[in-house]
Design a protein around this ligand. Sequence first.
Ligand code: ADP
Length: 274
Amino acid sequence: MKYVHRVDGKVQLRDIDSSQDGGMIEDDARKETSRLGKELEELQELLFAAGMHSLLVVLQGRDTAGKDGTIRGLSRYLNIQGVKVKGFKVPTPEEIGHDFLWRVHPHAPQKGMVSIFNRSHYEDVLVVRVHNLAPEGAWKKRYDQINEFEQLLVENGTILVKLCLHISKDEQKERLLEREQDATKSWKLSVGDWKEREFWDDYTDAYDVALSKCSPNHAPWYVVAADRKWYRDLAITHALVESLRPYKDGWLKKLEGMGKVALADLQEFRAGQG
Ligand code: ADP
């Protein structure tokens, strides 16, 4: 894929330049994003109408990496009637009392629909690993469990696109400081974000392991250079279009068949009237 780094085997985030711009200038990138966005809109309509597959977009990234901004950007192209956004926060006592996938599975998209996960089941091998929130024996098994869960989804018609928004430590600092200066953004301020920064390297290690262990061919991770928001938006829109495009002909074929049946029904109805 053109603008993202597909994880294939072992990966180290520090080897991937988060400030990449693909040699583009912002204006051109924005134009290309909007062209791709229109294609995304058309593909979503076909996905919805054909009802053969669903799309699950998994967004992971550190605080301020741009998960919310990405969702806002995609909302310009996606028909919200066919989209559900689910954020995963600190688990409730009831959720903690179950296996870690219990709270996730009900939000997997039904055929025809798109689900966007703002954080996901990967938190259970990221924040949980960094802060020892579960015994090591428990979280270590989760990589295999995640792979099996995702395989189940894919084998049942889910098109799974996992996007890791990758920013640098300096960029995060800038974004956090920006929130302090901007009254419209200061509601997002949280001491926790600064505390989590102290675990930057631990998170990097946890991401490296999760991305490396959970990127099989049928459910690969894509690392998105996210320091430049316009490049991030381009990379993500492109990745989604490329992931959906291979299904387009199959959907069109099904819709053609459905159209013929509907037309024949209508003709029969009219003949009966006449
Ligand atoms: P945002 O996603 O916008 O940052 P919050 O500020 O409410 O939203 O952050 C959600 C928090 O929930 C994050 O700190 C994240 O690490 C935490 N979280 C999500 N899933 C889990 C989990 N399974 N176990 C522990 N913490 C989790």
